[in-house]
Design a protein around this ligand. Structure first.
Ligand SMILES: O=C(O)C[C@H]1C=CC(=O)O1
Length: 95
């Protein structure tokens, strides 16, 4: 199943820079790993915000929740999930 996931990051202003850098480095490694596995096929920065819009490809809601809750930045994120299905006017729906 495909999901649009909107993630906004709110790191505490008083978090020490070295702790923030460590979490961001672990987040990047995890994100790259999921992209290589094909589970996170798109990630786009929302211009001007510490926010991304992503597409996840997970087996079901439970797997998506597991993937998202393991994000190192998860405790500092507001996440909105929108499940997607094929649009009838999509070229992929024509065959
Ligand atoms: O930067 C972000 O939008 C938050 C998060 C998502 C992937 C990643 O590396 O960091």
């Amino acid at each position: 199943m495909l999901y649009m996931v909107d993630m906004t990051v709110n790191l505490p202003h008083d978090m020490p820079a070295d702790r923030a850098d460590d979490i961001k480095a672990r987040e990047k490694a995890y994100a790259l790993d999921l992209q290589r596995q094909g589970k996170w096929p798109h990630i786009w920065r929302v211009v001007g915000e510490y926010r991304n819009i992503s597409i996840f490809d997970a087996a079901d809601h439970s797997e998506l929740h597991q993937l998202l809750s393991q994000l190192p930045l998860f405790p500092y994120m507001v996440i909105k999930v929108t499940p997607l299905c094929q649009h009838p006017s999509s070229l992929q729906a024509q065959s």
